[in-house]
Design a protein around this ligand. Structure first.
Ligand SMILES: *Cc1c(COP(=O)(O)O)cnc(C)c1O
Length: 348
């Protein structure tokens, strides 16, 4: 018998719903390189409005959105201040160095957060020996920080320190929708302190692809040049933008269900012997937990989970991540807890 699989690897596995597929098929199209795809234009306007920015540019991926933003803000030899666990540091192929010639000055801090003092400490004096401090980048929600939502006051203070020192500010908002829903604060509030914001539609919202970068008219004009340079311009992209518009209108509010499922999951896991899961730090849809060495390492444990129909990945040797999303039901969550508990007892 084929076991029903519960895919908790990532929220990138979500598939377009029927309503989304219909919206994609109906989307009016044009050639976006000529700027005349009406659906792309509508999406860009909708996003710029939502975040209180002048303009927006639709791009294929979150990585490209971040890399375009970095290139917009910097010159080769510049330095970017950001948390050591950032997506930009770990998962973008070394893009900041390869595509923009930038180095990193890394902050630390629990849950992916850092402070104005951390920024100040990393700003280089104006001296020919040093790279030029140019950009501060934050991630909200913070992925490796556990899907954590920044405290708004702290985020605002960090950006103010950056601006006061003439640094640019970028928000990697791949999962900003989660921060919006979990905090009940709107996109403008979260976006206001930043010069550029990137946001993903392909994480938990059901879209097959697509991200957006928002900023001033001038920055977005530059972003369009760089998108071309990086090979990211597309033609009848309204098919993808149509999915994104549908997602904004139908799949953002429901992220609250994923957060509730993640909480249930974190609580269930916290009761299992051999597992450490910090329930109070499950802000959104990512559930990180540590497994005791007596249960083997994370990769081995995940292989056993897979054999029982629970798909997950180890992010560190003893650390596993479960992700809830559009394609995961309450029943799936109960099953994931049960399978994990059974495995732990078996290995005990
Ligand atoms: C997923 C993600 C991105 C972008 O990923 P793509 O797969 O390129 O769309 C950027 N930042 C964070 C925090 C992410 O989780």
């Amino acid at each position: 018998m084929k076991v029903h699989q519960v895919d908790l690897r990532s929220d990138t596995v979500t598939q377009p719903t029927k309503g989304m597929r219909d919206a994609m098929m109906r989307a009016p199209l044009g050639d976006d390189v000529w700027g005349d795809d009406p659906t792309v234009n509508t999406l860009q306007e909708q996003c710029a409005d939502m975040f209180g920015k002048e303009a927006a540019c639709f791009v294929p991926s979150g990585t490209m959105a971040n890399q375009i933003a970095i290139r917009c803000h910097t010159q080769p030899g510049d330095e970017i201040i950001l948390h050591k666990d950032s997506h930009i540091v770990h998962y973008e192929g070394g893009g900041a160095a390869a595509l923009s010639g930038c180095s990193f000055a890394l902050t630390d801090g629990a849950r992916g957060f850092f402070t104005p003092e951390d920024v100040t400490a990393l700003i280089r004096p104006d001296d020919a020996h040093f790279g030029r401090s140019k950009l501060v980048s934050l991630e909200n929600t913070h992925n490796r920080g556990g899907g954590s939502v920044w405290p708004l006051d702290q985020l605002t203070a960090v950006c103010k320190t950056a601006r006061d020192a003439d640094l640019r500010t970028h928000l990697d908002g791949a999962r900003i929708w989660h921060a919006i829903v979990a905090s009940s604060l709107d996109a403008q509030t979260w976006g206001a302190p930043f010069e550029t914001i990137s946001a993903c539609f392909s994480k938990g919202l059901g879209c097959p692809a697509g991200s957006v970068i928002m900023g001033s008219k001038e920055t977005i004009r530059t972003a369009r040049r760089i998108r071309k340079l990086f090979g990211g311009t597309m033609r009848q992209t309204g098919i993808l933008a149509g999915a994104a518009i549908y997602a904004l209108n139908h799949h953002v509010e429901r992220l609250g269900e994923d957060h509730a499922n993640a909480k249930t999951l974190a609580i269930g896991l916290s009761h299992i012997k051999g597992i450490a899961s910090d329930v109070t730090h499950t802000d959104t849809n990512l559930v990180f937990f540590d497994i005791d060495r007596s249960l083997g390492d994370g990769d081995t444990f995940c292989r056993k989970l897979w054999q029982n129909g629970i798909l997950a990945e180890a992010l560190d040797p003893q650390r596993i991540r479960f992700v809830t999303h559009l394609g995961v039901t309450k029943t799936d969550i109960e099953r994931a807890i049960q399978v994990t508990a059974d495995l732990c007892h078996e290995l005990d």
